[in-house]
Design a protein around this ligand. Structure first.
Ligand SMILES: C[S@@+](CC[C@H](N)C(=O)[O-])C[C@H]1O[C@@H](n2cnc3c(N)ncnc32)[C@H](O)[C@@H]1O
Length: 190
């Protein structure tokens, strides 16, 4: 079996034992929570879903930006959700729901979310096509699906790979921010 150090350095699900490395403020050089918020185009009452929040580096700012809405965090590792919950509760942020996902589908009603976003997650997802199908189902019409990737992530997907995956599934390209190495791409549900 691969050691946790191997799993940290190689492709695959990011081990929760290294969650602390995702909380280093130096990350802001590539993408800060503030910059992400601008790219998500949030409104105060939005229903927002974050896929793979890990320890929640971006989640606190997003939840604060939707004081009359709800942020749902869904991760495949319970330990990550536990860390995120502890961090957000400490900051008195409670408009957040936590959901441990099964890697296949989601128990959410159709057309529920105004925004679905993920940062350095898509490449780790095993059943990408199935997930994207689910994103389409649970996203409201004209909702924003926002995908951010960062340099140095062994699972980083290229702009073309992401576009091919999403455009084949009924989403249309909306906006691009950043560079080839560090970027956010927004898609809209047609
Ligand atoms: C590299 S971490 C990024 C965490 C966070 N987005 C950030 O940028 O700080 C990837 C996260 O995606 C989660 N993940 C991997 N596969 C997943 C899946 N199929 N469904 C939901 N979460 C998943 C991992 O458990 C991990 O928390």
């Amino acid at each position: 079996m691969n050691s946790v150090f191997d799993r940290f350095a190689k492709k695959g699900v990011f081990p929760y034992q290294f969650a602390f490395t995702l909380l280093i403020p130096l990350r802001n050089l590539f993408l800060s929570p503030k910059k992400l918020i601008q790219r998500l185009e949030l409104k105060e009452n939005y229903n927002v879903l974050e896929i793979g929040p890990g320890p929640g580096y971006f989640s606190a700012k997003v939840a604060k930006s939707i004081p009359h809405g709800i942020l749902t965090l869904t991760d495949i590792q319970k330990e990550m959700l536990d860390i995120a919950k502890k961090r957000l509760s400490k900051k008195n942020i409670f408009n957040v729901e936590y959901h441990l996902c099964n890697g296949i589908d989601f128990p959410f009603e159709s057309n529920k979310f105004d925004v679905i976003y993920m940062v350095t997650v898509l490449g780790e997802i095993e059943n990408k096509q199935q997930y994207v199908k689910e994103f389409y189902r649970i996203m409201c019409p004209n909702g924003n699906l926002s995908i951010s990737e960062q340099a140095g992530d062994p699972d980083k997907m290229s702009i073309d790979e992401i576009k091919n995956l999403l455009l084949d599934s009924g989403f249309e390209f909306d906006k691009f921010y950043g560079t080839e190495n560090n970027f956010t791409i927004n898609f809209r549900k047609k």
